[in-house]
Design a protein around this ligand. Structure first.
Ligand SMILES: *[C@@H]1O[C@H](CO)[C@@H](O)[C@H](O)[C@H]1NC(C)=O
Ligand SMILES: *[C@@H]1O[C@H](CO)[C@@H](O)[C@H](O)[C@H]1NC(C)=O
Ligand SMILES: *[C@@H]1O[C@H](CO)[C@@H](O)[C@H](O)[C@H]1NC(C)=O
Ligand SMILES: *[C@@H]1O[C@H](CO)[C@@H](O)[C@H](O)[C@H]1NC(C)=O
Ligand SMILES: *[C@@H]1O[C@H](CO)[C@@H](O)[C@H](O)[C@H]1NC(C)=O
Length: 338
């Protein structure tokens, strides 16, 4: 080290030591070996400069927010529009990030041609063709597929599955069909069941747990469970980590797939501090679970969230990091909550 010494004997340390240059915090680096992800949205990618800068540097895995949903990717029978989803996949490749494909079997955001006028046989063909064509198109480029999205009922334990076109036509064979078709196309990607309201120990999560136990017993292919984690401020369940662990103990990967913390009102310092604690709690639960492979947030900045006025994300509308951002960094680094 080069130091200057005055005749008085006072040692002047180089300026750099007095004011150390702070390294920028890059969450994707802190998350290793886990992935830190976001739902990416082609309405903003390349169109909003600051959004594009954050999304280019902070994440190691992406989920298309809407671009792979059935109504967008196969709007007419056997007529596929891969353009917007391709844009996200190419972007992910360009920044060295992985992709989560999203999704195949869901009751929402279906095109009008997927409706109850189809016979079970016709719907079955449509499902297999959809899964096969999309997975073939993205072969080798997708780390994980949300094969199943939101199929567990909100009226458990009285009802197991949601009442939608899939369960109306296929009954309890709906989920096994989609998972089996997906595995047959490509053995590589991790096949996920993704849902909300399954984050805490409770009836809905218990129902999913027994469904998955049955799948594993019967040889239905499933590799992982995605816990969406759309939470309201101050309501992260205390049993989240215990619940992640019991699914991991079945031999499955687990992931936080759609995290956001809804303030439900204009933010203030108290709310942002609580939001930071909530983010820390969720990321820490993943860190404490060896088989938890990723934490993804659903969006990037508060101005582009699916929740209007919820200010639910780690970056504010100006794309500046919020307290939640630093809390995520702390949790990935194994630091206690502030
Ligand atoms: C329902 O689906 C059928 C077959 O795909 C299609 O011909 C029909 O127009 C659809 N009905 C509505 C109301 O969109
Ligand atoms: C389940 O069904 C029982 C008996 O019909 C009923 O009393 C109960 O309220 C139902 N629970 C839910 C959560 O719907
Ligand atoms: C801060 O925000 C929270 C959450 O929206 C709200 O409940 C609380 O009343 C606000 N506090 C102040 C001082 O505005
Ligand atoms: C992008 O996000 C906005 C919400 O901010 C949503 O309205 C829009 O549909 C999204 N675009 C795509 C392509 O997903
Ligand atoms: C983009 O980021 C710069 C630098 O942080 C900031 O000055 C500017 O206001 C941001 N632009 C928008 C539109 O938020």
């Amino acid at each position: 080290m080069k130091v200057s010494t005055l005749s008085t004997g006072v040692v002047l340390l180089p300026l750099v030591l007095a004011a150390p240059a702070t390294q920028p915090i890059i969450l994707r680096n802190l998350a290793v070996p886990r992935f830190f992800g976001a739902a990416a949205n082609t309405s903003w990618l390349y169109h909003d400069k600051n959004y594009t800068e954050v999304i280019s540097t902070q994440f190691s895995i992406f989920t298309p927010e809407n671009e792979m949903k059935w109504e967008n990717i196969e709007p007419e029978p056997d007529s596929f529009d891969f353009g917007p989803a391709d844009e996200i996949v190419q972007f992910a490749e360009s920044v060295g990030a992985k992709m989560r494909g999203h999704n195949f079997m869901w009751g929402n955001q279906l095109p009008t041609w997927v409706n109850s006028s189809l016979t079970a046989t016709e719907l079955d063909k449509a499902l297999q063709n959809h899964i096969t064509t999309v997975m073939d198109h993205y072969r080798g480029k997708i780390y994980a597929w949300d094969v199943i999205n939101e199929m567990i009922s909100d009226n458990t334990p009285n009802e197991t599955f949601k009442d939608n076109i899939w369960t109306q036509k296929f009954g309890e064979e709906a989920m096994p069909k989609a998972l089996t078709y997906a595995r047959a196309v490509d053995q590589q990607p991790k096949l996920y069941i993704n849902d909300y309201g399954i984050e805490e120990l409770g009836s809905k999560s218990d129902t999913l747990y027994s469904v998955v136990q049955g799948f594993l017993r019967d040889g239905v292919p499933v590799d992982a469970i995605g816990f969406q984690c759309h939470f309201t401020l101050g309501q992260v369940p205390g049993t989240l980590q215990q619940n992640l662990q019991r699914f991991a103990d079945l031999g499955l990967d687990v992931a936080v797939t759609e995290l956001d913390i809804n303030l439900d009102g204009p933010g203030n310092a108290t709310a942002f501090a609580q939001q930071a604690k909530d983010y820390w709690t969720v990321v820490n639960a993943c860190m404490q679970t060896q088989r938890c492979v990723s934490v993804s947030v659903w969006g990037v900045s508060d101005d582009h969230s699916w929740i209007p006025n919820g200010e639910p994300l780690p970056w504010d509308a100006e794309k500046q990091p919020k307290p939640a951002f630093y809390a995520i960094a702390d949790a990935f680094e194994g630091m206690p909550e502030r």
